[in-house]
Design a protein around this ligand. Structure first.
Ligand code: ZN
Length: 139
């Protein structure tokens, strides 16, 4: 069995940002040489997500509004977590809703995604360097 590990690094300009990473994951699959297997992609931080959905700007604006309604960033005093001195209580909750990781099948050397499925990094406490793990196993 082959295995391949790669880290993707991000530093978003804004606190909350959704980044399309399908091409970077496809590159990792090519590097791995795996033809049949599985590809795990997970955020390595508890205030960021990896998820699969449509690459459509209106939907991404809807996510941003919906998440901000569910867990507004301000006032930061509303979160007990922020009593630790942090201000990212909202980002932990947003990450939980959007998920930690995705697993995608690899078939004939390519990601076996549905027709509209694309992979995104969801950043909820950005403006600092953070990373995503890509782990590929198969043969
Ligand atoms: Zn925190």
């Amino acid at each position: 069995m082959r295995s391949h590990r790669k880290e993707l690094w991000f530093e978003t300009a804004k606190r909350m940002e959704l980044v399309h990473i399908t091409a970077q994951v496809e590159a990792a699959v090519r590097e791995s040489g795996v033809r049949e297997g599985l590809c795990l992609v997970n955020a390595m931080h508890i205030t960021a997500s990896v998820f699969i959905n449509d690459d459509e700007p209106g939907l991404h604006a809807d996510y941003a509004r919906w998440l901000e309604e569910l867990a507004p960033h301000a006032p930061t005093s509303r979160y007990r977590h922020n009593l630790t001195g942090e201000d990212n209580g909202d980002a932990h909750l947003k990450r939980q809703v959007m998920g930690r990781e995705v697993v995608v099948a690899i078939t004939e050397g390519a990601l076996d995604l549905g027709p509209w499925e694309r992979i995104f990094y969801g950043e909820f406490d950005g403006m600092r360097r953070k990373r995503v793990l890509v782990k590929i196993i198969g043969e």
